[in-house]
Every structure is written in structure tokens, then in C-alpha cells.
Ligand binder design. Structure first.
Ligand SMILES: NC(=O)c1ccc[n+]([C@@H]2O[C@H](COP(=O)([O-])OP(=O)(O)OC[C@H]3O[C@@H](n4cnc5c(N)ncnc54)[C@H](O)[C@@H]3O)[C@@H](O)[C@H]2O)c1
Length: 349
């Protein structure tokens, strides 16, 4: 498997392949960039069909974390880790401890936290072997509620830009995924007057949303073609692709999922369709901002303000995209790279 020639390799500083024979742990930790500070990013547990796909994912996700933290104004770099395996069968205390020892071996260059299929209780076990964790129950806690709040505020910025409306009254939103982030996000939207259409592979989550949030439940594939104002991907990546764009009627794409665009080319395609895309790593930064209270000793007042700043950052991106006729994802990447370049220039002056 080639690394330096890999299509997702983007001058990553360090990629660590972790294997523990006794527990069956197979993990990859990718440190993309530490210019702004130690590389922080969650650990994802996923049953990747191959280790090549796990590598692709971790390279992309870690770069996204660099840009996410830079644009959120955090003293953190970007990293991410993946553990390969089925969450239903692979989890054990021994496996998480073995993983914790690998994280510890990086001496703080990488700080881990929750991501898909990794809960606060799993982080607690990892923390038995390393202090380089964030999002522990005793300190910052689960970042998901803060990600949900930031995503809701980001959606409000998109609605203001696209429709000139200050609240979500009457806005029809298709929410894909009602997990830790998606459900809270849907609840914020419901309270603000939105009309919800929801889907999830977990029928219980859908039923709860129907009962508590007056949501209409739709099928897994139906979610894309609905006659709605907003498509909110809060489950999987790469759902904005050639197939789904043919179906999409929504004028806004704004949700918490990482890597929403299947390829960078979809950024331009979405703009050409007249759809406003809230770049994923900007709108879903609430969680990483929150764990900064633990990872970088930032005060809660400061982190709460930075979550609210997601609205302003997105408004800037939308305005620049409109005035320069360039896609929002491209503008966000450029702004993030500017932040990192400025820091490098400061260091060398
Ligand atoms: N948790 C955070 O703080 C955070 C921060 C930034 C980004 N994100 C991203 O947000 C997304 C959701 O994260 P989460 O923490 O809520 O994860 P989660 O595992 O709690 O929730 C995901 C939900 O999506 C559902 N789902 C899975 N496949 C689906 C499908 N095909 N169609 C519809 N629903 C499906 C699951 O049943 C689950 O309810 C992920 O992409 C994650 O990377 C999360």
C-alpha cells in the first residue's frame, strides 16, 4: 500500500500503523499538521472493507481536523485515528488499553477523543493508559451536544443567507441520522419552528423523533428526493454525490457529518445547482471547540463564544462565495490555509 503517493496524502507529518496481536487491534493514527498545536481528532471505530479504505478515510479526516481547528481559531493541529473492526464484536477493555498505549507513545503530538462508535466510556478506558485524551466524562464530557448546537447555529446562518430569514419557522429540513448529534440538532430545529423529515437505520430513533419532535419518518433512500429546503446529513460521509445530486431539491446542505462531499468536484457542482453548502468541517466544529476546554485549557466562556462564532465564520464564507462566484468549500479551505500560513510566518519572523 503506497502512502507518499496516496491520492489523499497531503504532506501529513506522521502516519502510525498500530497492531496488537493479543487483542486483534488494528488501528491507524494520522497526524496531518501540528503548526497550530498538538493534533487533536477523534478515534473512529468502523468495519472498513479493507485497510486501504481505512487509510483513505484517516488521511482525509485528519486533514479536515487541521482545517477545522484552524478556522475555529483553536490552538490545535489536525489528526485522526481509525480502529478497524465491527463495533458490535470487537470492543474490549484490553483492546482500548492497547490502543491507549499507542496514543501515549506519541507523547502528546496526537490527542484523541470520541467519534463514530467511540463513546465516553471507551475514552475512559483509553485514559487509563494515556493522558492525551479529551472529552472524558470528568472534564469536557461528550462533545456531541456542542456539535449539535454549532450545526444548528450554522444552519441558521445558511437560512439567513439563502432566504433572509432569522429563524427556522416553516423551514422544511430532511435530517439523515438521529444519533448523538443528529437528534439534538433536530430538537434545536424543531424548537425553532422547523418542520422535520427524518430517517435512520435505527427505527427506535425515528419513532422517538416522530413522538417528541413531530417529525415525519421517511425511508433511508427517500431522504434525498424530498421537497424540502434543507438536507442535513448527520450520519455518513460522501452522501453528496452524483447519484444523490440528481435527486436533491433542497436549496441548502447543512449537517454534522464529516466529509459530506464525495469528491472535491462536488463543491463546484453544488454551487452550479444553486445549492448553498455549509462546509462540513466549519459547521460541525462545535465538538472540537468544546473539548478545547480540556485539551488546551480554554475557558468555557471562550469555548462557548467560539461555538457561537460558527455563525459568523459561515456568514463570511457564504458572502465571499457569492461575491467571488466560487464554491464555499474552496473558500473555507483557503481561509484555513491562510490561518496556518500566518502562524508559520509568525514563527519564522
Ligand atoms: N459526535 C461529534 O461531536 C461529532 C463532531 C463532528 C462531526 N461528527 C460527525 O457527525 C456524524 C454523526 O455523528 P454522531 O456522533 O451523531 O454519530 P452516531 O453514531 O451517534 O450517530 C449516527 C447515526 O446515524 C445513523 N445511521 C447510520 N447509517 C445510516 C444511514 N445509512 N441512513 C441514516 N442513518 C444512518 C445511526 O443509526 C446513528 O443513529 C458523523 O459523520 C460524525 O463523524 C460528529
Amino acid at each position: 500500500m503506497s502512502l507518499f503517493e496516496h491520492k489523499e496524502f497531503d504532506q501529513h507529518e506522521q502516519v502510525v500503523f498500530c497492531h496488537d496481536k493479543q487483542t486483534g487491534l488494528k488501528a491507524i493514527i494520522a497526524i496531518h499538521d501540528t503548526t497550530m498545536g498538538p493534533a487533536l481528532g477523534g478515534t473512529r471505530l468502523w468495519n472498513y472493507p479493507s485497510s486501504a479504505e481505512a487509510l483513505t478515510d484517516v488521511l482525509r479526516l485528519s486533514r479536515g481536523m487541521t482545517y477545522k481547528s484552524a478556522l475555529a481559531g483553536l490552538p490545535l493541529g489536525g489528526g485522526k485515528a481509525v480502529i478497524i473492526g465491527d463495533a458490535k464484536s470487537i470492543k474490549s477493555a484490553e483492546l482500548f488499553r492497547a490502543y491507549g498505549r499507542f496514543v501515549n507513545s506519541l507523547s502528546g503530538r496526537y490527542i484523541t477523543a470520541e467519534d463514530v462508535n467511540i463513546r465516553t466510556s471507551d475514552i475512559a478506558i483509553i485514559a487509563e493508559e494515556t493522558t492525551f485524551v479529551a472529552g472524558t466524562a470528568e472534564k469536557a464530557g461528550d462533545p456531541s451536544p456542542h456539535t449539535a448546537l454549532g450545526t444548528y447555529l450554522g444552519l441558521k446562518a445558511a437560512v439567513k443567507h439563502a432566504f433572509g430569514q432569522d429563524n427556522l419557522s416553516g423551514i422544511r429540513i430532511a435530517v439523515q441520522g438521529l444519533g448523538a448529534v443528529g437528534y439534538d440538532f433536530a430538537e434545536y430545529c424543531h424548537r425553532d419552528g422547523a418542520q422535520l423529515f427524518v430517517t435512520d437505520i435505527n427505527p427506535a430513533a425515528c419513532q422517538r423523533a416522530a413522538e417528541e419532535l413531530n417529525a415525519s419518518v421517511v425511508g433511508l433512500d427517500e431522504i434525498y428526493a424530498l421537497d424540502v429546503d434543507v438536507y442535513a446529513p448527520c450520519a455518513l460521509g460522501a452522501t453528496v454525490n452524483d447519484d444523490t445530486l440528481k435527486l436533491l431539491k433542497a436549496k441548502i446542505i447543512a449537517g454534522s457529518a464529516n466529509n459530506q462531499l464525495a469528491t472535491p468536484a462536488h463543491d463546484q457542482m453544488v454551487m452550479d445547482m444553486g445549492v448553498l453548502y455549509a462546509p462540513d468541517y466549519v459547521i460541525n466544529a462545535g465538538g472540537v471547540i468544546h473539548v478545547c476546554s480540556e485539551a488546551a485549557n480554554m475557558s468555557r466562556t471562550e469555548t462557548d463564544q467560539k461555538v457561537r462564532d460558527i455563525y459568523t465564520t459561515l456568514t463570511t464564507i457564504f458572502s465571499r462565495s457569492k461575491s467571488e462566484s466560487r464554491p464555499t468549500g474552496q473558500i473555507a479551505d483557503e481561509l484555513a490555509r491562510e490561518v496556518i500560513a500566518n502562524k508559520k510566518a509568525q514563527r519564522s519572523s
